[in-house]
Design a protein around this ligand. Structure first.
Ligand code: UD1
Length: 338
């Protein structure tokens, strides 16, 4: 059993990953400032796993407060760093907030990792680092283009900082580039629950169907894609969580060939916005109230992954597709405990 620190542990992906780590024999310590997440997931992680969790409510931008966690847990073997602001639109309105928060918190965690001798580090990155990719599917060798937003820039900068740290110190780093995480936990106790208004497609669809929103607007149907709407690679959050456990084990078992490695995490299949809506309608039996609207500025036209690297080296592959994503998201929408 190894102790793993999960920052952003009560967030959407962090909470699912905490469950997966515990269910695979790891001990988990979580940190969250609850800026965009409730405290309830901590209780539900404990309920699902039947294990008590050591959780700290603190802001990673506070170095001294962060150090206390490392002082109290001098046996942490790995860190998974999820904590960050992640609203693309907000980042274009308040770039400094994104630079300050996302970079400072990452630096502080890196600082503590170095000071307390924790050498295994997993970074929550994103396919947004590829920018407007031209060759699809994207592999880890696809070049990074200009970031489309300050949020995307913080992911690129984070990757570069960690890559340098891994090259010039004893750090072992993996950057996991997520495509579009969606869906909810099979227990029905965890799912996407942002404190701010949901902007991502899947919650917009389920909230519309549940009557919490008037309509779902499809951002453009005049793109050069098979039905004119944007293409994304939607990955079930439980698949994403299990990839983190694989990545932690990979580093702990010293299977990595390089001190800095990158893995795409998607299902390797592109789904258009209109196809996603259709999949929802099929599994829910509900006709969604949607209309075609104008393009959303900054949207990438089409992006989906090649995840062969994760399959080959991490021994990971996704189990779920868009229908299971919609099914679990719809169940979550109707039975949310918080
Ligand atoms: C983007 C980033 C992703 C990041 C995420 C954080 C890219 C390629 N992806 O995801 O890395 O983690 O933001 O939030 O940059 N859509 C509608 N109507 C809606 C909402 C969305 O039509 O009401 C469409 C969008 O135009 C897009 C697709 O649905 O084509 C998915 O959008 P969304 O869920 O917001 O995620 P991304 O923007 O792809």
């Amino acid at each position: 059993m190894s102790k793993v620190l999960v920052t952003g542990g009560s967030g959407y992906i962090g909470s699912h990953t905490a469950v997966d780590l515990i269910q695979n024999g790891h001990e988990v310590v979580t940190i969250d400032n609850h800026h965009n997440s409730y405290t309830a997931p901590i209780d539900y992680i404990e309920q699902i796993t039947g294990q008590k969790l050591k959780h700290y409510k603190l802001d990673l931008c506070d170095l001294n407060a962060t150090k206390v966690v490392f002082e109290e847990h001098n046996d942490i073997k790995g860190i998974i760093h999820f904590a960050a602001l992640k609203a693309v639109g907000e980042s274009t309105e308040r770039p400094l907030l994104y630079f300050e928060n996302n970079m400072k918190s990452l630096l502080n965690v890196m600082h503590c990792a170095q000071e307390f001798g924790v050498k295994n580090f997993i970074f929550s990155s994103s396919c947004t680092v590829y920018g407007q990719a031209t060759d699809l599917p994207v592999t880890e060798n696809t070049e990074m283009k200009e970031a489309e937003s300050p949020y995307g820039r913080t992911k690129q900068l984070g990757e570069y900082m960690l890559k340098d740290l891994a090259q010039f110190s004893k750090f072992q780093v993996i950057s996991l580039r997520y495509f579009n995480p969606a869906g909810a936990h099979n227990s029905g106790l965890l799912g996407e629950a942002p404190k701010q208004i949901a902007l991502n497609l899947v919650p917009v669809i389920t909230e519309t169907a549940a009557g919490k929103r008037k309509e779902c607007v499809v951002f453009g149907n005049d793109y050069d894609t098979r039905d004119g709407s944007c293409v994304r690679d939607y990955i079930h959050v439980e698949d994403l969580a299990s990839a983190h456990t694989c990545a932690v084990d990979y580093l702990l078992e010293e299977k990595n060939a390089d001190s800095y490695e990158v893995f795409n995490l998607g299902i390797g299949d592109g789904v258009t916005v209109l196809e996603a809506i259709k999949a929802f309608e099929e599994v829910s039996g509900i006709q969604l109230n949607y209309r075609i609207g104008p393009r959303r500025s900054g949207d990438v036209i089409a992006i989906y992954s090649n995840y062969e690297r994760a399959k080959k080296y991490l021994g990971w592959k996704p189990k779920f597709g868009i229908k299971e994503i919609m099914q679990s998201a719809w169940h979550w929408e109707n039975n949310r405990p918080f």
